[in-house]
Design a protein around this ligand. Sequence first.
Ligand code: ACO
Length: 317
Amino acid sequence: MKIIGTGSSLPKNTVSNDDLAKFLDTNDEWITTRTGIKTRHLLTTEDLYDLAVDAAVKAIQASGLRPDQIDFLLVSNVANRHVTPGLSCIVQKRIGLTCAGLDINVACAGFVNALMLADSMMKSGHAKNILILCAEEPTKYCNWHERDCSVLFGDGAGAVVLTEGNAFKDVKLTMISDRDVLYYERGMETTPFESHYIKGQPLVMKGKELFRTAVSESAKDIKTILDREHLTPDDINWFMLHQANKRIIEGIRTIVGGTEEQYPTIIQKYGNTSSASIPIMLDEMLRADQIRQGDKIIMSAFGAGFVSAACLWDWEF
Ligand code: ACO
């Protein structure tokens, strides 16, 4: 499997840390030193479906394929306005696709999990050309009266088109069931038979615990892949990590090794865009000609669950 096209899309509204400090008890210094985030893009007049379609259409155009040549659509999304139908159904026609698709929710690790599924579908002969679309609006499940979570997130979408090839080398998926560190509960309808109705509530996060688990699990995943593939950090051109927090990325680098230049970041511009963060970064790096034929890339993502996932590429155009 290899990637032959990428696309990304962000809301046009940029919100700075100073903008947040106008209505939250926070400041640029705290957010910058604790997270590395300076700005994020937030949905205003557009909706998530517009971003999803835009990113997907750009990825298909970059791939050189026609929409009718895409055999399957895999969408990663944590939550959007529709519980059902899935986001894949909502955007399929607008992208111009005729193929089937499905949605997955593996939180911020959705992109790497979708890559594993795409690889398996190609190997089993179910599909030759696959579109993965990660579209996320985490700012819609934060409590905007609290400073803890709302300053961390941004909205965005990233997409890739995959076809047969030999670039995708290895993948490792991990799940440690620990719902309490990060969760978002939606309210549901009440029934006359229910005795323990739970009202929905915005995102709940145990920041410090999540930080520690993210660093240790991601580092473990990456080291497993390096060991399995007989590689050292020096052999890797790019460690593309989920963009949750600059300090989490630095924590992982301290354990794994490698230089700061090997760990690109977009967190400063976009905040945490959940499963869209890696495909957005990949799209920007490819469009800036930063990635070369044969580059070794490790992707590692982690999030609510607690889940984590990492994979290795030997880049092939
Ligand atoms: N502005 C100012 N002060 C704040 C803010 C804010 N936005 N948020 C919290 N604080 C205060 C708290 O009230 C607390 O004050 P107190 O000490 O008087 O009680 C203090 O800052 C907390 O400071 P620390 O606990 O030292 O902050 P820490 O260094 O742990 O950073 C953070 C907090 C950024 C949340 C960190 O723990 C973190 O990044 N955790 C991981 C969060 C994450 O990545 N979430 C993303 C979702 S999941 C995923 O994508 C993996």
